[in-house]
Structure formats: structure tokens, C-alpha cells
Design a protein. Sequence first.
Length: 155
Amino acid sequence: MKRPLIFQEILRGRVVIVGIGNIIKGDDGFGPALIKRLNGKIKAVCIDAGSAPENYTGVITKQNPDTILLVDAVHLDLPGGRYEILKPKDILKSGFTTHDISPRMFIEYLESQTRARIFLLGVQPQNISLGDEMSDSVKMALAEIESLIKETINA
């Protein structure tokens, strides 16, 4: 299946994209970096939730979204920069986030407060050390995903 088709299938209706991550930890800043590139350039609400997405549940639910796309660096056991779009059942049975928080409670809360379809766009980090730059492989994924989302949402 081609990746653009995946984005076309999931990014429908009122879309909220939530970037999760810490910008001073290399590839962990992928989510906020994508939000910075998309904000104001697509027909979707873009939220930089940093490393505390639970603080943004009210902002997210007020949008009455049809689709919520969480964007985060996650351990997928793939080469750096590779990405997957996961459904809640896949997210909830694993603890692969690069953060101390568990995505389980965050997702379960959003599911209880909205009727939105929730997906996680997970990017395999190569480097999440404090103070490091984003790796080239994740920068390449960032550019590709930015282009695909803009093409899909603004079509």
C-alpha cells in the first residue's frame, strides 16, 4: 500500500494533528517539528503538545475532531526515520513511547471524550540524546511526511 493512500484514508473530516516530543532531545522533537512546519499551512488544527500531551486534552476535545493524528518518535524496531501509522489497539498494547508518559491513558481519555478516529504516526528515532541535533534520517522523514500531509489535507 502506498503511503499517500494511507494518509488519504485517515485524514478526513475535522482533523487535529498533535505533535508530541522534546525538541532538545534530537529525534524526539519530530512531533513538534512537524507541527511547526504545518501550522497555518493546512486545513487542520495543529497542536504542539511538547512532552506533556495530557495538558492539551481540553484544547483537542474542544475542536470536536473527526480524526486525531498523534505524531511522536516511538520505538518501532525499524531503521531510524522509518514510520508507521498505528491504530489505538496497536498503540495500547505496547509501551514503545520515547517519553515517560504512557500513551494509554491519554488515548483512552480522548476516546471517551470524542468520537474521533485516533491514529499515531510513529517515527523511529535514531538519536534521542539531550542536546543532539535531529538525525538526517528523521529529517528526511519529516520532509516526506510534511509533503504528504499538505498534499492530502489541502487537496
